[in-house]
Structures are given as structure tokens and as C-alpha cells.
Design a protein around this ligand. Structure first.
Ligand code: ATP
Ligand code: MG
Length: 397
């Protein structure tokens, strides 16, 4: 069928034609942020889930929801090698400049810009990647101790006061939160805790890989009480069907029930895979309705496309030793697996593989659902590893 009309949208952070199965989470966040706006207690929400389940697009949609109801937002994506203060500072500056144009908020917004200037100037010594325009002179003693935990707390407090005086709330959205360094996470948690104690209208909505929950608890033991960690998982069968049917119907195309069943089965409800199968099935089909033969014909292309993009980009970031570790895991199936079993496949001691396992965790490739267990963060990665490293050579190389 006409590829120009193809509604499906595989890609990192690419908005889907139908955001299926996430209404409850959106409502949870809506309630939390509205409570924050009314200065009522609410936990910050950190959504955790595997690669490709739709965290980024969900976060973006929640940001749009918040803006539509008149809240202030900023959004940060934490890449692996930037400091959190460097990511936060320019976003806050823009927000505060906007707030400073609001008559009621002007005075406090300018004070917050002074705090930001002190914050950026003193912390630049430690976090050299901070690049932010300084619009006002620092106020001596305000967020300028040179200690991230203290200064972030002061900064967040004055920003919260500015938001309060504008009659709004600030929602900070952070994606890939698991990449933020532990001391930076600790400082962020402290700052949010302080803001919550003062009932300031400022909160965090974050997303990350499943290891985020443990990292937060490790950074500050009381984090578990401050945050909710809803899981973002694969779609239910019903939602998966909807994610496929609705966009097709909107283009006047039907999908036969057996064809739908087949896609749901092959994708196991994982959003990224649903988009990929949807796209290739559409391109394969000659006309509506889409049949099970179309799906069968498209599966090869869908898998090839995943191998070339979704899986490949992750594979290419691995060292040979890391690849071998993941290949050994894949040998055991989808997982989770005991570290001891993985080392046995490799004929090595568990302790000697510890560093490799840790590197893989910090790269976000695997995580530990419970002590001593290891699981992939990328759905169906075991099958990919067996495809890309077939045979037995990897055992000896
Ligand atoms: N609820 C949904 N229904 C249908 N498709 C979805 C849904 N959520 C996401 N998708 C699709 O899944 C793909 C992946 O989405 P996204 O990049 O947000 O995932 P992610 O969890 O952020 O992945 P990563 O961990 O790799 O960053 C996109 O192509 C998107 O259009
Ligand atoms: Mg993402």
C-alpha cells in the first residue's frame, strides 16, 4: 500500500500514531502535578521500563498535557557523559526569563536568576561543562557555596518561590535518569525533598531503565518514600491491537483478526516492535484488508530493520568482552539469569566477570532485577545476540 500514507512510526522518541495503553499513567501524573500546583503533598513519579517501551514519547506527551493546563515545564534528557548541573542550568534560565516577564513573579524570578548565576559560577570549577548565559549578578550567599547538594537545594527553593508567585507550578521532566551520576541524583533528591517540605510547587516526572529505582535508593535511602516508580511495560493484547487498528482505520485500511493476532504474538506487545511490524506489514500488503500472509511476508523485513537499528546501535557500543558476556547470557535464553550460570557458560569465575557485568549495567544494557540476577534491558535481545553471533566461535575468541 501507499508508503506515503503509512502511519506507523518506529524510531527512538518518535511519537506513535496512537499512544495506546498509557491513559492510566497520564492520569496518575495529571493528578500528581495538579496536587503540586495546589500545594498538596504528592510524590514525584519516576517511570521505569525497558528499552523501546515508550518512555520518551510518554514523557513528551505528559509535558504537553502539563503545558496545556497552564503549568511551566522544562525537559532534560540525561546523556551518559554530561553533568546534571550543566543540563539543568540553561533550561532553568529560559524558564526564569519567561517567568520574569510575569508581573507578580518578576521579583522572585530575578532573584532565582541571581541564584542561578551564583550556582553556575561557583560550580563551574567542578562541572566544567556548565555553559549558561548569566543575566544578573549573583547574590552573595545564595546558592554559591560550591557544594552541589546545598546549592541545588537553594536554587530549587528560589525557583519554586518564583513559580509560586506566578501562581503556577514547575514540572521538571527528566529522561534517561539512570545516567545521572549518583552524587548528582542525591543532590536532586535532597532538593526535591526540601521543596516538598516547604510545599513549593515544583516536582519531578522522570523516566529511566529499571535500574533507576535501585540507583535512587542507593543515592538516598529515603528516596523510596519520596517517589513512585510505576512500570512502563509492553502493551496488553487489547492495547496492542488498538495501537495497530486505529491508525490503519484512520487511513481507511482494515487488518484481519488473524493478522492482528500474528503481529501481537510476534511483537509481544512491545511498542517499538509494534511500530516496526505495523510499518513493514503496511508496505508489504497490496490492498486492504491486511492479511496474515502480509504479516508473514513482512516479519523478515521487520526483524532486519530492528537488527539494523534498534539492536544494532546498542551492539556497536560494546567491547568484545562485553559482547561475549551478553552472548553467553543469550545462550541461556531471555532471562533473567544467575551470574553464576553466565560465568559457567564462559568457563570463568563469577568474580572475574564482575567488572564486565558492572560496565554493562552502567551502559544500560543489563540490570539486576534481584541480587545476583542479570537481565537484558532490551526486549528480545537474546534472540538478536544469537542471530548476530551465531555458532560457537564466541566461546573461544
Ligand atoms: N503507547 C504506545 N503505543 C504505540 N506505540 C508506541 C507507544 N509508546 C511508544 N510507541 C512507539 O515505540 C517506539 C519507542 O518509543 P520511545 O522511544 O518513547 O521508547 P523508550 O522507552 O524511550 O525507549 P529507549 O529506552 O530506547 O529510550 C516509538 O516508535 C514510538 O512511536
Ligand atoms: Mg527513550
Amino acid at each position: 500500500m501507499d508508503p506515503i500514507k503509512n502511519p506507523f512510526a518506529p524510531g527512538a522518541g518518535t511519537p506513535p500514531p496512537e499512544l495506546a495503553g498509557r491513559d492510566d499513567l497520564r492520569e496518575t501524573v495529571r493528578i500528581a502535578v495538579e496536587r503540586v500546583r495546589q500545594r498538596r503533598p504528592a510524590k514525584s513519579i519516576l517511570m521505569v521500563g525497558l528499552r523501546g517501551v515508550g518512555k520518551t514519547v510518554l514523557l513528551e506527551r505528559m509535558k504537553e498535557d502539563a503545558e496545556a493546563s497552564g503549568l511551566c515545564t522544562i525537559k532534560i534528557e540525561a546523556p551518559e557523559k554530561r553533568s546534571f548541573p550543566a543540563l539543568l542550568a540553561p533550561q532553568l534560565r529560559q524558564l526564569l526569563l519567561r517567568l520574569s516577564r510575569n508581573e507578580q513573579a518578576q521579583e522572585l524570578a530575578i532573584r532565582a536568576l541571581r541564584a542561578l548565576a551564583g550556582f553556575a559560577r561557583t560550580l563551574k570549577v567542578k562541572y566544567r561543562d556548565i555553559e549558561v548565559g548569566l543575566d544578573f549578578e549573583p547574590e552573595p550567599g545564595l546558592a554559591d557555596n560550591g557544594d552541589l547538594e546545598l546549592d541545588l537545594q537553594s536554587l530549587i527553593e528560589v525557583v519554586g518561590e518564583a513559580a509560586l508567585s506566578a501562581g503556577t507550578a514547575l514540572i521538571i521532566f527528566i529522561d534517561e535518569l539512570q545516567y545521572v551520576a549518583e552524587i548528582e541524583l542525591a543532590a536532586l533528591i535532597t532538593a526535591l525533598h526540601r521543596a516538598a517540605q516547604r510545599r513549593l510547587p515544583i516536582t519531578l516526572v522522570g523516566a529511566g531503565l529499571p535500574q533507576l529505582r535501585g540507583r535512587m535508593g542507593h543515592a538516598k535511602s529515603y528516596a523510596e518514600r519520596l517517589f513512585d516508580f510505576p512500570r512502563v511495560g509492553p502493551l496488553s493484547e487489547e492495547d496492542a491491537r488498538r495501537a495497530l487498528v486505529k491508525p490503519a482505520v484512520e487511513e481507511g485500511v482494515e487488518i484481519q483478526p488473524e493478522a492482528l493476532d500474528r503481529i501481537v504474538e510476534q511483537t509481544q506487545g512491545y511498542p517499538y516492535f509494534i511500530q516496526e511490524w505495523g510499518k513493514h506489514t503496511w508496505d508489504e500488503a497490496k490492498a486492504s484488508p491486511i492479511t496474515v500472509e502480509d504479516v508473514v511476508g513482512a516479519s523478515k523485513q521487520a526483524i532486519a530493520a530492528l537488527d539494523e537499528s534498534f539492536f544494532r546501535v546498542r551492539f556497536d557500543r560494546l567491547t568484545p568482552t562485553e559482547k561475549r558476556y551478553l552472548r553467553a547470557m543469550a545462550e541461556l535464553g531471555p532471562g533473567p539469569h544467575r551470574s553464576g550460570d553466565v560465568s559457567e557458560v564462559l568457563g570463568r569465575k563469577v568474580t572475574s566477570l564482575g567488572p564486565t557485568r558492572n560496565q554493562l549495567i552502567s551502559k544500560g544494557m543489563i540490570w539486576s532485577p534481584s541480587h545476583g540476577d542479570t537481565a537484558f534491558t532490551v526486549p528480545l535481545f537474546d534472540e538478536f545476540m544469537r542471530r548476530i553471533m551465531p555458532g560457537d566461535d564466541w566461546r573461544t575468541s
